[in-house]
Structure formats: structure tokens, C-alpha cells
Design a protein around this ligand. Structure first.
Ligand SMILES: [Zn+2]
Length: 386
């Protein structure tokens, strides 16, 4: 029995406590499953797993199918953290593993994870544009796509996850050129494009290949663009917003300023942003400032307190899943890090492991309402549908 079946039982008990059981479900003309589904729709659960400045996000669809987006860094740490979320969700397999791109902070944990749980379908953008970055997990991926069901995601494709509308909006350097059908705000001319300026970024171009997804469950919408770079994000928004508005936005590229173009984020009008920072990776001041002016944003939630953001820009601790030690926090406040230099790789300043590691969980319902929970302190907040 998985967790979803367990959650369905109280619904049955609720029916009998209302005295409906004595009527008999058949006399109401309802199959038992239909009565339960109408009484309480199952949520879409999203676990933003702490991989300290990489990405790993687990989607559990209302029907019980699962999609894992990325696997964090190499080694057993992040694979273990993914398995904690897998167990919490009651999963016995991962139905789709979508690798946004082949950098080590996204595909790194694949080799270890594949030993721990069956993975049914492998999804990627096709061949890498940085073959020199050929880590062990990528080598294993190349071998496994020869023998497992393999999907090369193309822009406009749908990932066939039961209960969700999962649309690919970027892949292999291409971006959606049509408006998303039926999406609120899609196809509108975007006034924020007036301030758009491209950035010259010509390193780590595998980022620009990222598989980006828009995921809908009824009226609830969220977007995950991997590490899609600034100029490619803008193609989704200028001159016309192709995606429309969303409820939850995962910061592109860990809140680094190579991504996070205001013309896109402001047009998406997210109510909630989750920033997948590590302590010392991502969470740059420019990105915080962009979000602080984002129209309609109700809360920013962070996977980590971000050294780069300092005292001024990190959100109140209740919204942060993983905190830094008091000594490091104090030293950073006294000696803020220098701003990053655009177009160069950030210095490898190390990311101390945090244990235990806490996730941020979103549970969404088809009416568009959703609840965000910080696993560290149990704080949760419900956002009613607009
Ligand atoms: Zn990354």
C-alpha cells in the first residue's frame, strides 16, 4: 500500500461517519472511487530536495505516477536525499527521470540513484554540447538509454504523466514559439520587454540546452526551466509571453544572475518562488533584487540561506529550509562576498554539507490553491486560488 492509498482510507471512514454508508453507495448511483474523487481531489505533491546548489525536484502526480527532475551532485549524498523524499511519498519506482542538462549538479547523482530504485523512462535533450564534461553518471546514462525507454524531449511535446498536463517549453537550445493553448495570459504582448537587454554568456553552454517544463494540474501551474540561460529565457517572454502566468516558479539556475531575466519572471507573475540555492552557490543579489520587485509575488522560499544575499536579501528564516551556522552567517555579514563577474565561472568556494537536509514541499489542488511546507520547522502556508 502506498501513501496515497493510505490517505484515501480516512475519506472512506468519513463517509461512514456521515451516515452515508447505511444508504449504500450504489443507491446514490456512485462507484466508490467516484465518490471519493469528488469528495477530496488528490494533490499534486512537489518535493524541492536540498542538493545544495544543484537541482532535484520530485513530482508525484495525483494518480501516483512520479517524475524526478534531475539528481543533484555525484556521490551518495544527493541520491540518499532523493530516496528520503521517495520514501515519504510512498513510491516504489520513478516513472520518469527528466535530466534538464548534463552538468554534474543535475545528472551527477544518477549513477548512485539508479542502484537504489527502478527508473522506468529516461528523458533528456539529446546529445551534449559539452562532451568534455563526461562524468561517470553521464557515461552510465549513455549506456542506459540504449536499453531503457528513452525520450528525447522536443519543444511542444507532452510528457504522458497521468493526471497532469506536462509541456516541454525548452530543449536543445530551442524554445516554444507558439502560445500555450488555454493558458492564462499566454500570447499577451509583454511590456517588461522594453527593459530587456541580452547578456553575453558564452561558457557552460550546456545550460542553454536545458529541458524546461510547464506543469499544470487543473488551474494550478508551475514552471521549471533547469539552468536555461538569460537570453533563452527571454525568448519565451519577448515580445510575447508564450507561457502565461504561473503559481509557483523555481528560480532558473539556482538564483544565479546568468539567468532570471525580469522580462520572463515578471510576465509569469508567480505567487510563490522557490530558490534552489546552496549556501554559497546562487542566491545572487541581482536575482534577489529582481524578485523583490516581482509583481504579484507573495513569498520567496529558499532551500538555503544564501551567503551571497547577505543580511539584506535573505528572506525571514521561517521561509528557509536550511540555515547556515551562526559563525559563518556573522562572518559573511561582516565581510560580504564580492559581486560575481558576468561571463566567468564563479569561484569554487565550496559548499559545506548540511545534515540533516530539509526539503520544501508544495501540495497543489486542481482549483489552483496550494500549500507550501518547510520540512525543517513544519511551517506551512496555504495560498487560496486566485
Ligand atoms: Zn545547475
Amino acid at each position: 500500500m502506498n501513501k496515497r492509498t493510505q490517505r484515501a482510507l480516512p475519506a472512506l471512514l468519513g463517509l461512514s461517519s456521515l451516515g452515508l454508508s447505511s444508504l449504500g453507495l450504489s443507491s446514490l448511483g456512485l462507484a466508490p472511487g467516484a465518490a471519493m474523487a469528488e469528495a477530496q481531489p488528490q494533490p499534486l505533491d512537489i518535493y524541492y530536495i536540498d542538493v545544495e546548489g544543484g537541482q532535484s525536484t520530485l513530482f508525484v502526480a495525483p494518480g501516483g505516477e512520479s517524475v524526478l527532475v534531475d539528481t543533484g551532485f555525484p556521490g551518495s549524498r544527493d541520491a540518499g536525499r532523493i530516496m528520503e523524499a521517495v520514501h515519504a511519498a510512498g513510491l516504489k519506482q520513478i516513472d520518469y527521470l527528466l535530466i534538464t542538462h548534463y552538468h554534474g549538479d543535475h545528472i551527477g547523482g544518477y549513477q548512485e540513484l539508479s542502484k537504489l530504485i527502478p527508473i522506468r523512462h529516461l528523458v533528456d535533450h539529446g546529445p551534449t554540447v559539452q562532451p568534455e564534461q563526461n562524468i561517470a553518471s553521464k557515461q552510465q546514462w549513455d549506456a542506459d538509454i540504449q536499453k531503457s525507454p528513452h525520450i528525447v524531449a522536443k519543444v511542444g511535446d507532452k510528457l504522458p504523466v497521468k493526471g497532469l498536463d506536462w509541456t516541454i517549453v525548452s530543449s536543445a537550445g530551442k524554445t516554444l514559439e507558439a502560445n500555450m493553448a488555454g493558458a492564462p495570459g499566454a500570447g499577451r504582448r509583454n511590456p517588461y520587454c522594453a527593459d530587456y537587454k541580452p547578456k553575453q554568456i558564452d561558457v557552460d553552454m550546456e545550460n542553454s540546452q536545458s529541458v524546461g517544463s510547464v506543469i499544470s494540474y487543473g488551474k494550478f501551474r508551475t514552471v521549471d526551466l533547469g539552468d536555461l540561460l538569460w537570453n533563452w529565457e527571454a525568448k519565451l517572454a519577448c515580445p510575447v509571453n508564450r507561457i502565461g502566468t504561473v503559481d509557483v516558479f523555481l528560480t532558473t539556475h539556482h538564483g544565479m544572475s546568468w539567468s532570471g531575466v525580469p522580462a520572463l519572471v515578471y510576465a509569469l507573475q508567480p505567487r510563490v518562488v522557490v530558490m534552489n540555492t546552496g549556501t554559497r552557490k546562487g542566491g545572487q543579489v541581482e536575482t534577489f533584487q529582481m524578485l523583490e520587485s516581482s509583481p504579484g509575488l507573495e513569498n520567496l522560499w529558499q532551500l538555503h540561506w544564501a551567503v551571497n544575499g547577505g543580511l539584506e536579501h535573505n528572506v525571514p528564516g521561517v521561509f528557509i529550509a536550511n540555515l547556515e551556522t551562526a559563525a559563518i552567517t556573522a562572518s559573511v555579514i561582516a565581510n560580504p562576498p564580492p559581486p560575481p563577474v558576468m561571463g566567468t565561472r564563479p569561484p569554487d568556494i565550496g559548499n559545506p554539507d548540511h545534515s540533516p537536509a530539509w526539503w520544501i514541499k508544495v501540495s497543489a489542488l486542481p482549483d489552483g490553491s496550494f500549500t507550501v511546507t518547510n520540512a525543517r520547522n513544519g511551517f506551512s502556508k496555504t495560498y487560496r486560488h486566485r
